[in-house]
Design a protein around this ligand. Structure first.
Ligand SMILES: *Cc1c(COP(=O)(O)O)cnc(C)c1O
Length: 368
């Protein structure tokens, strides 16, 4: 906490440590490289902030991936010069931009692929595709092996400007299915069948996201997987530690820090006074009466981070008790050092906070 330091800076601040992000990325690039796996680093979790993406490139990521074309365009204009991968299945309405700006996209629909071909022809351009197979997470991808191989053969034989670059899968997102040696092994079997049919190697067999990293650490990743699309695991690396029990001590979790300013500090009853109805978001609050407590209000709110759940206060004794659109309320009764008006409190965060805070125009981004 920096005391009363917030006079010249515009709070709330999202402080981003570029060096720590570089270190995380480099560690993961080296780890994957030792198993012959390239990384498409995923920039969607922090709204594609170009300075962060620069660290990905400097650390040796082979591809930059994003779910949103407009941010890929922004990154290209910024001068990022590595192949870009669109990791959300393209909309019909963005195919023109897709062909114009994006090198590789993940796909699962025959009609979309045909339209990409048509657009490539009219732009006199080429486009690479990675076809998505669904191993059971039931988000994107084709679930039937025969249909999948037929689609691959269609791209290979019928489309001229659309190139079959590889195949991939996504796990652990909607259906929360764990990547395993068995399910990724299935993807590898299919890759081999396709390679036999087309009589060449696929460039990419992409075996998932951050949730596939434990397989590498445990030495259980099937050999044929040669690419992962990693976001959270290089930026915050918190999920691996907290949900999977893999504490990689080389990874920094404090790459993104929220700094917010105290605008009110008062002793107040901890239980509301009057007849309780619903809060600003239509929920019935669940509040425990702890008597009179010292509380502080910080000038940041749901509009900036969506949910205060799991934000991690850095000052000992600070306890988050609630938030509304523009206010974060903390109990500071147990703080040893007295909190004062104008003080700045720091919070570490999870993926969802990073996603919203980085996208909020009222949050100042500061790089260290
Ligand atoms: C978001 C996403 C990723 C990256 O996920 P992380 O958990 O951040 O590593 C990879 N692939 C696809 C298709 C995605 O949508």
């Amino acid at each position: 906490m920096s005391k009363n330091s917030g006079i010249n800076q515009k709070y709330p601040i999202l402080e981003i440590d570029l060096n720590k992000i570089y270190q995380n990325t480099k560690y993961m690039v080296d780890l994957c490289d030792s198993r012959g796996i390239s990384i498409a680093s995923v920039a969607k979790g922090f709204n594609g902030l170009p300075k962060v993406v620069e660290q990905f490139v400097n650390a040796g990521c082979k591809y930059i991936a994003h779910s949103r074309i407009e941010q890929i365009i922004k990154l290209k204009e910024h001068g990022i010069n590595v192949p870009f991968m669109l990791i959300r299945i393209p909309m019909f309405s963005e195919i023109e931009e897709l062909v114009k700006y994006v090198d590789i996209s993940l796909n699962s629909e025959l009609e979309t692929l045909n339209r990409i071909e048509y657009e490539c022809k009219s732009q006199n351009n080429n486009h690479k595709v990675v076809l998505m197979f669904d191993l059971g997470d039931i988000r994107e991808g084709i679930i039937d092996e025969k249909e999948f191989i037929e689609l691959a053969m269609h791209v290979e034989n019928k489309l001229e400007n659309v190139q079959l670059y590889g195949i991939g899968t996504n796990l652990g997102c909607y259906g929360s299915i764990m990547p395993t040696k068995e399910n990724l092994g299935k993807l590898c079997d299919i890759a081999e069948k396709i390679e036999k049919n087309i009589d060449r190697k696929l460039d990419i067999v992409s075996g998932g996201a951050t949730t596939s990293i434990p397989l590498i650490i445990d030495g259980k990743m099937p050999n044929k997987i040669n690419n992962l699309r990693i976001g959270e695991g290089i930026i915050l690396a918190r999920d691996l530690k907290d949900y999977w029990g893999y504490d990689i001590d080389k990874m920094n979790q404090d790459t993104f820090v929220l700094k917010a300013q105290v605008v009110e500090i008062k002793d107040k009853p901890s239980y509301p006074i009057g007849e309780m109805f619903i809060d600003a978001f239509g929920n019935k609050p669940d509040i425990i009466d702890r008597g009179i407590r010292k509380r502080a209000i910080l000038a940041v709110g749901k509009q900036d981070f969506a949910s205060h759940d799991k934000l991690i206060p850095q000052k000992q004794g600070v306890e988050i008790i609630g938030s509304s659109s523009d206010h974060l309320i903390v109990d500071v009764e147990n703080c040893k050092q007295e909190i004062q008006l104008g003080d700045i409190l720091d919070f570490h965060m999870y993926y969802s906070h990073m996603l919203y805070l980085s996208g909020s125009s009222s949050v100042t981004k500061v790089y260290v």
